[in-house]
Every structure is written in C-alpha cells, then in structure tokens.
Design a protein around this ligand. Structure first.
Ligand code: AMP
Ligand code: MG
Length: 426
C-alpha cells in the first residue's frame, strides 16, 4: 500500500467514530421516538418491551378435537373406546364453556378450554361423532392444551433494546396488544450533489448531465435505515455551496451532511475548497473506486453536523457509501447487523485473470450466484460485472455484489476463492 494512502479500515473507523460521537454513550444514547407498530419495520428498538399480558392470553386447544377430562378417557383404546356424549361445539372465538363430568365438547384449534376440561383428544383419535363420540386413545392431563402464558409470560421481557423490528417481532407485539414502540430515531441525512455540469432542468443543455447521486444517495440512506430529509444541488461555486449548506443545517435537525463530487484533484473542487478551511479533513484512501474522501464535523450554532464527502462518480459515490457510510449509520443507532454479509465465493465467468491493484483495495461490481449451496466445496460462484472503472453506473445497476480484492495480490483465475459483499441481503 502506498505510504500516503489511508487504509480502508482506518477511514471506516473515522466515519463510524464521527457518527457515534454525536451521542457519546453508545447506541443507547442515540435519541429515540415513539412510532406506531405499523410503521416500525426495520427500526431498532430503543427500550425493552415487557409483556403487558400473557401469550396465549387463555388456556386453549392446540388441535381440532374434543375437550375432555383426561380421567374420563383413561384406558381408552381401539379395542375398548371410551364413549362420551357430546354437549355441543366450542369454535374459536367462543366464550369459555363448562364441561360436565363424563361428557365432552367438540373443540376447535384456538378455542378456549372449557372449565372442567384438562385435555383435548384430537379428532383423528375419535370417530368424529357429534351426538356421542367414540374415543380410541387415552390422553394425559394437559395434552393438546396451550396454557395461558406458555409462549410469553406476563411481565417477561419479550424484546430487548437494540432488537431489530422485523415481522416476527412486530407480530409478537401485535399479539400482546402493544401498538406503539420506542425506536431509535433514524439518522437524518442531508444529501448534496455538487457540479456545475448537473442540469437543473429535465432537459440537460449541451455538456450538462443529470444528477444521479442525489437520488442514488437518498435511496442508499433510506435503505441503510436513515432518513434522507433533503436532497440539494450546488454549482461549483464555493460561496453558493457554503451558503446553501449553512442555510440547510441552520434548523439543527441534521445529523449528517453527505456531499458528492468536488473532492478530487481538479481545478474546481467546490467541496474541498469550501469545507477544507472549515475543518473538514480530506484524505486519499487506498481503495478503488473511491480514493478521495472527506470527513469531519462542521461546528454550527444549531448543533454540530457530521459531514462525509464522497467522490462524484456515481459508482465511486455508492461504493464509498457502502464501505464507509452504511455501516457507520447503522452502528450509530445500534443496528444488530451494521456490515454487509461477506461470503466466500469462487470466481467464474472470467475472460482473463483478475489482477488486484497495486496499493489499493478494489471493490469490483459482481453478480453472486447463490444457488451453488453451502458447505465445503459448494461455495457460491461470483462473476465480475462490468469494467473496473468508476464511470459505469449502468453495470452497477445490473450487479448485486462487490468482490473485495485485497491490494497487491497475485492474479486470480476462475475457481479461486474471493470475499464477496452480498448487496442483496441486509
Ligand atoms: P467530481 O468528483 O466532482 O470531479 O466528479 C467526478 C465525475 O462524476 C464527473 O464526471 C462528474 O460529472 C460526475 N458526477 C459528479 N456528481 C455527479 C452527480 N451528482 N450525478 C452524476 N454524475 C456526477
Ligand atoms: Mg464536480
């Protein structure tokens, strides 16, 4: 690695520290808010949830069958079935019935166990009778009964702070009647594209291009669990850029400003020229794409703002987001899986050997074939997707993984194992 380039992990740590440092004390110190359960998917729980009631709430039947006193069918068998008069039906949703001794009630799954009953015999072990039923097997006390609180006891901690709210977590809260939860507030991100070549109007004039990074980074922020509160654009004019930023963060409600463009070695580097003198640090990271990076804290009367400056090429901007910003945003709020899943995969589809870069770790767009299965010798295969250059956003759009190539290695051939970041799973 070239001596003047910063190692990737060092810059990852710096960005993570900047975001985490907004609320010293760790993720549990990150501000929280109450949200409706229906809006809680993907959020990180901010406080333990104690079950306000048991689950199930009442003793109920685990099978379609007959509610009985176990003693009334003791010794029943095919050869000598117990015969019980059927006093009626207890469908799911019915109130609790009373079961007289020596008799039975037909009961459905989920229906409340009648008072007096202590077991359920499943319909398969009977003749299914409706006036009287022949039961051809004994069942012990408690058989096919789901006792109240057997899943979650009242007062038990059902979910702990830091849990990620997915379908199962949301489901159990709904079952317990919890309709609002405290979650860590999503980091609020201001996205700012820069470049005088970016068209303001739908039809770019000669030499102008459309802004890809605004939409791209806003989507990346939301996918990472943040909130893209505004997307701005600035021309390559330092005063205009700083004026725009200062106005946008004046409300004090922005956690992170994410800029793109204007950080490399050209003549009109608006972000570097504007934010360098304001204390933002610009460094070269030993990575391709995404070598020029900026980061720091912008002191502001409304509250200090974390700033991360990404390079302008959309492929570089998104790769930099993946490597530095996504894990930092998620770690700051205590997301249980801040990093992408990394899998070992075998290289496939190579026209020529894959040659690692001198001095820079490379993240190559790729397609991961997950169908190969798991276990030794059954690794998935991965195919590089598009050229290594950072100007190929169309290729990135067809990829679902990044091959993580360490710097300076020997050329790799088909069948060699590489580390792959799986972009298709959270
Ligand atoms: P820069 O880092 O500003 O020199 O930009 C590098 C390259 O990325 C240039 O070709 C820019 O035109 C392009 N670029 C910068 N920002 C954007 C953007 N928001 N959308 C699309 N392309 C961009
Ligand atoms: Mg530019």
């Amino acid at each position: 690695m070239s001596a003047d380039l910063r190692p990737v992990p060092e810059h990852q740590q710096r960005v993570a520290d900047l975001l985490a440092g907004r609320h010293p004390g760790g993720p549990s110190a990150w501000p929280s808010e109450q949200v409706a359960l229906t809006a809680a998917r993907g959020r990180v729980l901010a406080a333990d949830v104690v079950a306000p009631e048991p689950l199930p709430a009442f003793d109920n039947s685990a099978m379609d069958g007959y509610a009985v006193r176990a003693a009334d069918i003791a010794g029943a068998s095919d050869a000598s079935p117990a015969v019980l008069p059927v006093d009626g039906d207890v469908p799911a949703g019915a109130p609790v019935a009373d079961l007289a001794p020596g008799r039975t009630l037909r009961i459905m799954t989920g229906a409340p166990l009648p008072r007096g009953a202590d077991a359920v015999v499943e319909v398969e072990a009977t003749d299914g009778g409706t006036d009287e039923v022949r039961v051809s097997a004994a069942r012990e006390v408690g058989r096919y009964v789901r006792p109240a609180g057997s899943d979650v006891q009242v007062g038990a901690t059902v979910l702990t702070a830091g849990a990620l709210l997915g379908p199962a977590q949301i489901g159990v809260l709904a079952a317990l009647g919890v309709d609002e939860v405290a979650v860590r507030r999503r980091p609020r991100v201001l996205v700012c594209s820069t470049g005088s070549e970016l068209a303001e109007h739908p039809d770019p004039a000669a030499g102008q291009i459309r802004d890809a990074n605004g939409a791209l980074l806003a989507a990346a922020v939301e996918e990472a669990g943040g909130q893209a509160v505004r997307v701005l654009w600035s021309a390559d004019d330092v005063d205009a850029f700083l004026g725009l930023l200062d106005e946008a963060v004046a409300g004090g409600d922005i956690d992170l400003v994410l800029t793109s463009g204007g950080v490399s070695a050209g003549a009109y580097e608006v972000v570097k020229d504007g934010l360098g003198p304001r204390g933002i640090e610009f460094a070269k990271v030993a990575m391709q794409p995404g070598m020029p990076q900026g980061s720091g804290t912008l002191p502001h009367p409304g509250g200090d703002v974390t700033v991360v400056c990404l390079p302008g090429n959309p492929v570089s901007a998104l790769t930099s987001f993946e490597v530095f910003v996504r894990p930092a945003l998620r770690a700051a709020v205590g997301h249980p899986h801040p990093a992408r899943r990394v899998v070992r995969a075998r290289l496939a589809g190579l026209d020529e050997p894959l040659t690692p870069m001198r001095g820079r770790r490379q993240l190559r767009r790729a397609r991961l074939d997950r169908s190969a299965g798991t276990g030794a010798g059954a690794e998935p295969t991965v195919t590089p997707w598009g050229p290594p250059g950072s100007g190929f956003l169309g290729w990135f759009a067809g990829a679902d993984a990044l091959i993580d190539l360490p710097a300076d290695g020997a050329p790799l051939a088909a069948g060699d194992l590489v580390d792959v970041w799986d972009l298709a799973t959270g």
